[in-house]
Design a binder for this molecule. Structure first.
Ligand SMILES: *[C@@H]1O[C@H](CO)[C@@H](O)[C@H](O)[C@H]1NC(C)=O
Ligand SMILES: *[C@@H]1O[C@H](CO)[C@@H](O)[C@H](O)[C@H]1NC(C)=O
Ligand SMILES: *[C@@H]1O[C@H](CO)[C@@H](O)[C@H](O)[C@H]1NC(C)=O
Length: 465
């Protein structure tokens, strides 16, 4: 009897999942806010037939689910399937999760609904996602349901801020940054003057990259601390024994594609490192903006899903193949272009929430630059040089009308050191705002204190030369 009920329930669920797969919206965007506590527990994934088609469009899938996979997601990163096989999983910020178990990888964004500024996160369900074996041969679409139904989480997304109008720098703000501290200097950038607030928002990460919450940095194990003790006091991939492994600074323009520049910058540099600087390519961020269904074009995205997942599943192409326009468009990458893939990708530490300074230094020195992200506060736009730390909490009173939105900006970590005078530890980071910004397009930021979250979400990958 119980068994029959089980079968009926499963049919009902399969039916419901088919319905949801059909009503999926065309392009996923992700105002959802699903955190660790929301996702742990038992999931059932309803999967469509598996086939060899890697171009499978799961966001518009019309096939019925035929497979059921049951998985337990345990703390902090252990996944166990219905046969008892153990694998691993990670959250991707607060957007969704990826599970690897029994030689198969499952990824989906969490489900949500949005009405005006009100967002409902359905953290016990996923949007239609993709699954394939670890060799990326057999593909399927799936939808996940948490066994414990949860009430939707509600938050409001501030659409209220008026992004109309143009940016005018505030001399009072700049002077007060420079007066309050002497770690870094601020200045007005004439090329920013007159830009629309909306385009400035895209420069900092994009509309979909707003900050929700971050995990605290992970404690350092005694083993990792001992390993890190052997690292040099300073490191800079722009000059390792006179050799530069970091291609020129680029300019993303008014497109929220920082995550693509950060991701491809990591692949470019790591390929140079892996080939003693023989393989020097520039990859195409336009291919990511226009063709990746794992990110949101000019509205934002995450390096884990680009440098990692997109590069493993579909590969990236050279800049010449698909030159950058900095605008959303339909995908038109030439089929004949060669593609470069990654063999491995992961959050530093193994999963989102396991990152810390020592692990970042170890990965950086051993394998090359890392994709990192941090919170952009208003004062950062004025950075001209020095070791950045956030000062703007002191400045709120100065700027009454401020359409600034806190965003998540992805950049490339290339080195670290300690300031000779102030003794401040810093990271050296490559930005994608051209060479006219900061220290010839780079900046330094405080190290060891998770300044603006910079030690919370580093991604490392192994590209295949
Ligand atoms: C969206 O919100 C508005 C105002 O709060 C409400 O009147 C409307 O019914 C809502 N629409 C849906 C589809 O829930
Ligand atoms: C997102 O969820 C976390 C944990 O439930 C919460 O602390 C945070 O405030 C939420 N963020 C928003 C914008 O609602
Ligand atoms: C690289 O570093 C070495 C040692 O610090 C220095 O002598 C040299 O001038 C640097 N090269 C460049 C191109 O900056």
């Amino acid at each position: 009897m119980a068994e029959l009920r089980g079968i009926l329930l499963m049919r009902a669920l399969l039916f419901a999942s088919v319905f949801c797969l059909l009503t999926q919206s065309v392009r996923s965007d992700t105002p959802a806010n699903c955190t660790f506590e929301d996702i742990v527990g038992t999931w059932v994934l309803y999967e469509t037939p598996r086939n060899g088609d890697h171009t499978l469009d799961c966001l518009n899938n019309k096939e019925n689910a035929v497979n059921k996979v049951q998985l337990q997601l345990l703390k902090p990163n252990v996944a166990v399937d219905q046969y008892g096989n153990r694998g691993h999983w990670t959250l991707i910020y607060n957007q969704g999760f990826e599970i690897t178990v029994n030689q198969r990888i499952y990824f989906a964004f969490s489900s949500f609904a949005q009405n005006g500024s009100e967002v409902l996160s359905f953290c016990d369900k996923t949007l239609a996602g993709w699954s394939h074996d670890t060799m990326t041969h057999n593909w399927a679409c799936f939808q996940g349901k948490h066994m414990a139904q949860r009430a939707p989480k509600i938050h409001s997304q501030s659409l209220g801020k008026n992004l109309n109008g143009i940016y005018v720098s505030n001399t009072e703000v700049i002077n007060s940054i420079n007066k309050k501290q002497n770690s870094w200097t601020a200045k007005a950038y004439s090329w920013m003057e007159g830009m629309s607030h909306e385009n400035l928002l895209k420069m900092r990460g994009g509309i979909k990259s707003k900050i929700h919450s971050r995990p605290p940095i992970a404690p350092v194990s005694p083993f990792v601390r001992r390993q890190a003790e052997f690292l040099p006091d300073e490191w800079d991939w722009r000059n390792v024994s006179g050799v530069n492994y970091v291609p020129a600074v680029k300019n993303q323009g008014s497109c929220g594609s920082c995550y693509a520049f950060s991701s491809l910058g990591m692949l470019e540099s790591r390929l140079r490192v892996a080939t003693k600087n023989q393989l020097q390519v520039n990859f195409s961020p336009q291919d990511i903006v226009s063709c990746s269904t794992y990110s949101q074009g000019c509205e934002g995205g995450f390096p884990y899903l680009v440098a990692g997942k997109y590069a493993q599943d579909h590969g990236v192409v050279a800049e010449e193949c698909y030159p950058y326009t900095g605008r959303d468009s339909t995908c038109s990458a030439a089929k004949k272009c060669g593609r470069t893939y990654v063999a491995k990708y992961r959050y530093v530490g193994g999963y989102y929430g396991a990152c810390n300074e020592e692990l970042m230094k170890l990965s950086l020195v051993e394998s090359g630059p890392l994709s990192v992200s941090f919170e952009v506060y208003p004062d950062f736009m004025h950075y001209a040089g020095g070791v950045y730390h956030r000062t703007d909490e002191l400045l709120n009173q100065v700027n009454k009308y401020d359409p600034f939105e806190l965003t998540n900006h992805a950049v490339l970590l290339v080195g670290y050191g300690t300031d000779a005078e102030t003794k401040e530890d810093y990271w050296i980071v490559k930005n994608s705002w051209g060479t006219r910004w900061g220290e010839n397009g780079f900046f330094r930021i405080r190290r060891g204190v998770d300044e603006c979250g910079i030690e919370s979400i580093a991604v490392e990958v192994t590209p295949i030369p």
